[in-house]
Design a protein around this ligand. Structure first.
Ligand SMILES: C[S@@+](CC[C@H](N)C(=O)[O-])C[C@H]1O[C@@H](n2cnc3c(N)ncnc32)[C@H](O)[C@@H]1O
Length: 197
């Protein structure tokens, strides 16, 4: 992972966060209760939105991202623990979380199937599993543009794939999808699912 990406991430995202994405995050994150797992928390953009959680455990494998997020860990309004871990091997017992949240992360995780299976394992049965993810769209031109751009984009943005079929991956890994909200011409999805352990 590059230190540069972690440094430029917030400035690049700021206009989008202000315009629309910040509100989407707030609506997704703020109501969640209990013990919450956040995957790939990056610079900690979601941290200030937690209002009702008993505790948040955020995992982030990139030390530079973790360091960027430390001020937001301290100012979070709920107990929040930041853990150096990767989605492939979550260092938690089975059934230890009431909810899992991932935002703009399944695009980057090298093995999203493995990550989703780990989420299933560590979350209780029926737990809300919530994602805000950009995905490959079904439209021929835009979809092919996403395919074409992905090799360059991956190098620029630390492994981010523009063309993952993330909604299919969520369904294929045994989650029951209950609600989908579409933004930016269907590129950005809010996916509210349940663990079906
Ligand atoms: C595009 S950033 C998104 C950060 C944050 N979730 C957000 O909404 O702004 C993707 C994040 O996924 C993290 N990541 C990459 N591989 C991962 C893995 N195997 N497990 C957990 N996080 C991972 C990266 O380090 C990075 O912080």
């Amino acid at each position: 992972m590059s230190t540069l990406f972690s440094k430029i991430y917030d400035p690049i995202m700021r206009p989008l966060e202000k315009k629309r994405i910040g509100n989407i995050r707030k609506r997704l994150v703020s109501p969640q209760k209990g013990i919450i797992l956040e995957l790939g928390s990056g610079t900690g953009t979601n941290f200030s939105y937690y209002k009702n959680a008993e505790k948040v455990i955020a995992i982030e494998p990139d030390s530079s991202m973790r360091n960027q997020s430390l001020p937001k860990v301290k100012s979070a309004g709920v107990p929040l623990e930041l853990v150096d871990a990767s989605s492939g091997h979550l260092p938690f017992d089975d059934n230890s979380f009431d909810t899992a949240i991932g935002t703009l992360v399944l695009c980057t995780i090298p093995n999203p199937n493995r990550a989703l299976q780990e989420i299933r394992r560590v979350c209780t049965s029926g737990a809300p599993i919530l994602f805000l993810e950009h995905v490959r769209v079904d439209r021929p031109l835009l979809g092919r543009l996403q395919d074409w751009l992905t090799p360059f984009w991956k190098r620029l943005c630390d492994g981010c794939h523009l063309n993952r079929h993330t909604l299919d991956l969520i369904k294929q890994n045994g989650f029951r999808v209950e609600r989908i909200e579409k933004h930016y011409k269907d590129i950005l999805l809010v996916v509210e699912a349940r663990n079906e352990n």
